[in-house]
Design a protein around this ligand. Sequence first.
Ligand code: ACO
Length: 325
Amino acid sequence: MTIKRSHITGCGAYLPERCVTNSELAAALDTTDEWIQSRTGIRQRHIAADGELTSDLATNAARKALDAAGLTADDIDLVVVATATPDLTFPATATQVQANLGVTRGCAFDVQAVCTGFVYALTIADNFVQLGQSRGALVIGAETFSRILDWNDRGTCVLFGDGAGAVVLQPGEGAGTVEDRGILSTHLHADGRYKDMLYVDGGPSTTQLAGFLRMEGKEVFKHAVVNLAQAVDEALEANGVDGAAVDWLVPHQANRRIIDATARKLGVTSDKVVVTIDRHANTSAASIPLALSEAVGDGRITRGQLVLLEAMGGGFTWGSAMVRW
Ligand code: ACO
């Protein structure tokens, strides 16, 4: 029997031109490069230019993913943008991206699961493809977190950056074993009891202003380590493999110490973990597709390898995706 799976057939990434080092932040804020690097692993971040919108970042990444897949806008019938920093309250940023690309059929919508947004969006698009409702899907994570940071709050503003990453999903047939190509499993979770640990203190229905990110860093850290350990275990179990079978861990890039703890739990060595946090900081929903694009682009991730994606974010939300590349 053959079954239908989504194949990731192209990846693309885009980072704004302006790069801000820790030392530049330390010139205006009571912090140091040493504190930021030792607590988080971050050395620098990219910041969008005035007037450069989430949809602009998303469109640039999507164009590269389409090129990599050898497709054009005419082949796309689904655009999903994972973002917590949309251009406008409505319409969805995905419709702006659709218009920028010249996609005129199918559907387009945003997904809001903060740092887990890309895993949520990938899961939804994967279901569309498996059900035959999409033959070419663009899944994009794009953020301009610089616009929702309190630049006077050293506990949060040093942690985040702007950027976008995109993948193209297309249907493929196979025997459906763990060795066959495609997205093998996805698992999503949310627990709204923890919504006050990481949130933005504004929005259309409350203050009518966009607001600023607020976070209880230590609590988020503790929950992230526990939830991500659960997410990777779940993915391994669902696919009947152990950590040794995983060729690449591509984690959400929130904090180097969280990434290292998850890798240890999984039993993978650091040379099998794709790390971009040092150069990108935490780009929320964009971090996984940015990291994927880098590792596919430089030849680390190759056909046939087992790739595990995981993320955790505000809500709390968390989840994983296992992919046979
Ligand atoms: N520079 C210098 N000192 C700072 C800074 C800074 N940028 N930020 C905080 N401090 C100070 C604090 O004021 C505090 O000082 P005090 O002891 O005099 O009160 C001291 O450093 C320790 O602060 P803590 O918050 O306890 O520092 P901690 O070691 O927990 O590190 C951090 C903070 C990096 C935020 C950590 O808790 C963390 O990474 N948490 C996870 C948060 C995260 O990843 N969020 C991303 C979104 S969710 C996600 O993507 C999973």
